[in-house]
Design a binder for this molecule. Structure first.
Ligand SMILES: Cc1cc2nc3c(=O)[nH]c(=O)nc-3n(C[C@H](O)[C@H](O)[C@H](O)COP(=O)(O)OP(=O)(O)OC[C@H]3O[C@@H](n4cnc5c(N)ncnc54)[C@H](O)[C@@H]3O)c2cc1C
Length: 379
């Protein structure tokens, strides 16, 4: 006897996408999350073109586009000099831009869709152990309840309980630098439809527009405060040549600091246990790929599970792992390169900027970056 076909552990963007995709195709699905309510912080702010494409069938792409800001350009600058202009508007996609939208909005729209389709999230409910046998999985929760399912998916983030119980390794490490992240209100010369990565000698800073007149500032710093103040962010912009009358921080709406891990699970499948999203891969937010990869994993995994539940051979689930894992390894490599370049010791920065400026003159480099950052390279 099964309680459900698929148990999804975790209702972040990956779990919600997976659950909505499964429910939309008539698969019995139970979703649980340890938190009493969905998180309302902005975190991942970029939804790329490929993610919007894969969310079309769920009817979520259209809703996201309505709530986000379209940023058709991404530029790397050294002061006022543009080193690499990346133009998404030339891409062959219905979404030739980065969509800037807070993660809380993305999660809300995914949850709305899941609810419309007749699904729901059971919360707070924390998975404590999960075991499998040849016929199914048995999950036990903090309230003592057990749920029996044909398959279970760990969409339960970086400290995945499912991954741990499946005995799947999570190799990698953590960068030395910490990052400050602040959503602020800015007066002055702030970009409205462009994401800018400033590579000053004093260090890197990303400035990106978000809905509601808010701007996202991200910067590596040696000791980031737990919650950045307006004065701290202003000092950071000043030191990196972006303040002094150009950008004035008037208010910090939300701020955080984070250390960056770079890890990929050894496999995304151990029998009837599967992984998706941060449970399977974590890496630097340089390039804004994290949540996008997780949502794309979820859509691919839904296809695989629907096929297997309809009688396709189990090997389809191995294909899911075999296809998605190398993509995460590639993203870890790309974001690692970007992060190392961004956090290069001061002495190396002028040469780095010259080299990047030269590379940025090559149309193939610019197009390659646009395809990579938009995720269209993974079609
Ligand atoms: C401060 C911050 C800033 C970030 N900024 C960016 C950014 O700028 N760009 C970017 O791409 N990414 C960013 N990220 C990362 C991004 O938020 C993640 O990649 C994304 O949330 C991954 O989605 P997910 O659904 O895979 O996992 P998560 O969002 O981590 O969701 C996992 C869910 O599982 C639940 N859960 C965990 N364990 C259990 C359990 N045992 N039982 C039941 N439920 C459980 C948790 O409560 C959680 O809701 C940021 C993250 C943070 C924290």
């Amino acid at each position: 006897m099964y309680d459900t076909d698929v148990l999804v552990v975790g209702a972040g963007p990956s779990g919600l996408t997976l659950a909505a995709s499964l429910v939309s195709r008539g698969i019995a699905t139970i979703v649980v999350d340890a938190q009493a309510a969905g998180s309302n912080t902005s975190r991942a702010a970029v939804v790329n073109a490929r993610t919007l494409e894969v969310l079309e069938d769920l009817d979520v792409a259209r809703r996201l586009v309505k709530e986000g800001i379209q940023a058709p350009r991404f530029t790397i600058r050294d002061g006022s000099r543009t080193l690499i202009p990346v133009d998404f508007s030339v891409l062959p996609s219905a979404y030739p831009y980065s969509l800037m939208v807070p993660q809380s909005t993305t999660e809300r729209l995914l949850l709305d869709r899941l609810t419309e389709l007749g699904g729901s999230v059971i919360r707070p409910k924390t998975l404590t152990t999960i075991d499998q046998d040849p016929d199914g999985v048995t999950a036990v929760f903090d309230d003592g309840e057990a749920i029996r399912a044909r398959y279970a998916v760990g969409a339960d983030g970086i400290r995945s309980t499912v991954r741990e119980h499946a005995g799947i390794g999570f190799q990698g490490g953590v960068y030395d630098e910490s990052f400050t992240l602040a959503d602020v209100r800015l007066a002055g010369d702030a970009p409205v439809d462009e994401v800018i990565l400033f590579w000053a000698k004093a260090g890197l800073t990303v400035v990106a527009p978000l809905p509601g007149g808010i701007h996202r500032i991200v910067a590596p710093v040696s000791e980031a405060p737990e919650e950045p103040t307006a004065a701290f962010v202003q000092q950071l912009l000043d030191e990196r040549g972006l303040g002094e009358g150009r950008m004035i921080v008037t208010d910090v709406v939300w701020g955080s600091r984070f250390r960056i891990h770079h890890r990929v699970a050894d496999t995304y499948r151990a029998g009837r246990l599967l992984l998706a999203g941060d449970a399977a891969h974590v890496h630097s937010p340089a390039g804004g790929q994290g949540m996008n990869l997780g949502i794309q994993d979820a859509v691919a995994l839904a296809d695989a599970l629907v096929a297997v539940l309809a009688g396709a051979p189990d090997a389809v689930l191995d294909d899911y792992s075999a296809v998605r894992r190398p993509i995460a390894l590639g993203v870890v490599k790309m974001t690692d390169r970007l992060t190392r370049l961004a956090t290069l010791p001061r002495a190396g920065r002028p040469i780095r900027n010259i080299a990047i400026g030269l590379a940025g003159r090559l149309p193939a480099v610019r197009l390659g970056l646009a395809r990579q950052l938009s995720g269209l390279v993974y079609r």
